[in-house]
Design a protein. Structure first.
Length: 203
């Protein structure tokens, strides 16, 4: 028996981290073994990459893409792959589609080229379901307001987030069987209900 892999995606501040925790808890309540991971991170290498890639030092778009891909390859090998093989459900706060939307679309590297770079590190370990939390970037920025620190990518402002949002819409058009857009507007419970309806309706 293999597990089920669900990834949550969206622009910065769309509510992914909050909804990932709520989804993991709801799946546990239904009796599933659940692992919750975040990207970049989830392994010692991944956390070190997170510090570098979200830190203040400038880097080229391809350097950024390779760093995210390296962290992802380690997370798949050490954590997600073994968990799926053991029958565990995995809820991921970001996965490959973040790289497709941010580096492939918004940075202009190309969705196909970024997918190709990530392919060897991921193999066949792809999500069974990807939920993109869809919200106007301005509303997501408002949600993040008052949190204090801003990382390098968040600090680039709303124009980048608009391009990311368009990138996610393109990803959803390309992979309609796997990727579902879910409105992230409304209360936490309203968004959670939409997420659960999508999980139950598609898996
Ligand atoms: N990145 C990442 C790439 O460019 N390429 C990649 O391949 C990968 C993996 C990651 C950054 O790296 C980039 C994308 C990112 O810029 P991060 O710290 O993980 O950095 O950044 P985010 O994923 O954007 O995390 P955030 O915490 O900023 O946003 P979330 O997770 O979308 O939102 P969340 O849940 O923390 O909520 C934000 C705030 O809104 C409130 C929450 O309480 C919180 O205060 N909120 C709501 N308020 C009202 N109504 C709701 N429905 C709400 N939902 C949440």
């Amino acid at each position: 028996m293999t597990g089920t892999f669900i990834s949550l995606e969206g622009v910065d501040g769309s509510g992914k981290s909050t909804q990932a925790v709520m989804l993991a808890d709801a799946l546990r309540d239904r009796g599933h073994e659940v692992m919750h991971v975040r990207e970049p991170g989830g392994t010692p290498l991944g956390e070190a990459v997170r510090d570098v890639v979200l830190g203040p030092d400038a880097m080229t778009p391809w350097a950024e893409a390779f760093l995210f891909a390296a962290a992802r390859a380690q997370l798949v090998a050490d954590v997600i792959g073994p968990a799926i093989d053991a029958g565990t459900w995995v809820v991921a706060d970001r996965f490959l589609d973040s790289s497709l939307a941010y580096q492939g679309a918004a940075r202009g590297l190309g969705i196909d080229r970024v997918a190709a770079v990530n392919g060897p590190g991921i193999g066949d370990c792809m999500p069974d379901l990807t939920i993109i939390l869809d919200i106007p970037p301005g509303a997501a920025t408002d949600r993040r307001a008052g949190r204090g620190s801003v990382d390098r990518i968040e600090g680039e402002g709303e124009a980048l987030q608009e391009s990311v949002a368009e990138g996610y819409r393109e990803v959803a058009r390309r992979y309609p069987d796997r990727v579902h857009l879910v409105s992230a507007e409304g209360t936490l419970d309203e968004v959670h209900a939409r997420v659960m309806a999508t999980v139950v309706g598609t898996l």
